[in-house]
Design a protein around this ligand. Structure first.
Ligand code: NAD
Length: 352
């Protein structure tokens, strides 16, 4: 099969890990007889430097016309000035909005060979296999009005938490669909005791639950969810939540796995190109040294094969190779080893 993939390596370690994910995809292509055509574009800080914009119209158009987009990471101290007129994160939000990817999927698994790297006790981590589904294009980060002004002689700041029923429904349906192929449990996280938007969220979760009788639905308040992620993470299967709660809970969940460098993500819409990226940032502290863990980016490419190209066997072969490599004791510096980014990828490709 033929697929067009736009690469947005970005800043810091982004280009280092995306290059390794491309080597893995090339290996899959030659083993299984597929053809992946890659087009590379600038995005983030590097795009601000070259074009004065974190995401140009041309780059967005390229992404929209691709079958999938693979992103490294954006940002770094050079572009951190809060008063700058463009910032790398703006490009990221514009890309998500432009691609219409309304759901961010973040799987978190605790590998038994890496439990010592998690701050939690091994007995708490046993059996942890969570899929967090975060609503990505609505809520507090996009609601209007938003801004600063002076009212009654007082400086004021406003953000708006707004959701339409269809925005909740589509992400809820995706969460239930994912649960069908897993342990058949959905935890819908909200703050329905306080927020009107959460009461709409809960109403639609309940309605979707009724339409899917084979799936166990639980409503969890976000404060309780954040506690349970630490006290009993193995009790979760699929977790679905609104944009800001998801932003916070996914970072909390990510530490369960031991290293940020291990975790992939997929952002999906109704149709069109999906966006795949490791969970970690641009890691300026280790950029340019060739020691970043490439596994988050490599597992993101596996998610691309599964969700955008429907190549389940190929996706599973990458995931199994990563699992085998970790079990064998191969380690980059973030998980206590000495392998370089490239050597870690070599080990994975060898086992595919
Ligand atoms: P970070 O994820 O870049 O780094 C946090 C820590 O984890 C660092 O010590 C880093 O060395 C380590 N780390 C991260 N990825 C690793 C990998 N693959 N292998 C080994 N170690 C790894 O988060 P940060 O330091 O808070 O942010 C740095 C920059 O990245 C900031 O400018 C931030 O805005 C940006 N950022 C971007 C994204 C994104 O592009 N989606 C996400 C988060 C942060």
């Amino acid at each position: 099969m033929n697929f067009k993939i736009t690469l947005l390596p970005g800043d810091g370690i982004g280009p280092e890990v995306v290059a390794e994910a491309v080597r893995v995809l090339d290996a899959i292509a030659s083993k299984h007889g597929h053809s992946f055509k890659f087009t590379e574009r600038l995005m983030g800080g590097c795009s601000i430097d070259k074009f004065g914009s974190s995401l140009t119209d041309e780059t967005l158009a390229d992404c929209k016309s691709a079958d999938a987009v693979l992103l490294g990471a954006v940002g770094g101290p050079k572009w951190d000035d809060p008063s700058a007129k463009d910032r790398p994160e703006r490009g990221l939000l514009a890309l998500r909005k432009g691609l219409g990817v309304f759901a961010n999927l973040r799987p978190v698994k605790a590998h038994s060979a890496l439990m010592e790297w998690s701050p939690l006790k091994p007995e708490k981590l046993k059996g942890v296999d969570i899929m967090v589904v975060r609503e990505l294009t609505g809520g507090l980060y996009f609601g209007w009005p938003k801004g600063r002004d002076v009212k009654d002689g007082r400086e004021r700041a406003v953000d708006t938490l707004e959701y339409y029923d269809y925005e909740v429904k589509r992400v809820m349906e995706l969460a239930f669909k994912l649960a069908k192929g897993r342990k058949k449990k959905v935890a819908s996280v909200d703050k329905a005791n306080v927020l009107e938007s959460s009461r709409l969220w809960r109403q639609i979760a309940a309605q979707t639950g009724k339409e899917n009788p084979g799936i166990e639905l639980e409503h969890v308040l976000v404060d309780t969810a954040s506690m349970k992620l630490i006290t009993s993470p193995a009790s979760f299967d699929v977790v679905v939540t609104e944009n800001m709660f998801g932003d916070i809970l996914t970072d909390e969940a990510s530490v369960l796995a031991g290293s940020m460098g291990m975790l992939p993500s997929a952002s999906l819409g109704e149709s069109g190109a999906g966006l795949f990226e490791p969970v970690h940032g641009s890691a300026p502290d280790i950029a340019g040294r060739g020691i970043a863990n490439p596994i988050g980016a490599i597992l993101s490419s596996a998610m691309m094969l599964r969700h955008s190209f429907k190549l389940e066997a190929e996706a599973a072969s990458i995931e199994k190779a990563v699992d085998d490599v970790i079990t064998s004791g191969a380690r980059t510096a973030d998980i206590g080893g000495k392998l370089t980014t490239r050597q870690m990828t070599d080990e994975i490709i060898k086992r595919m």
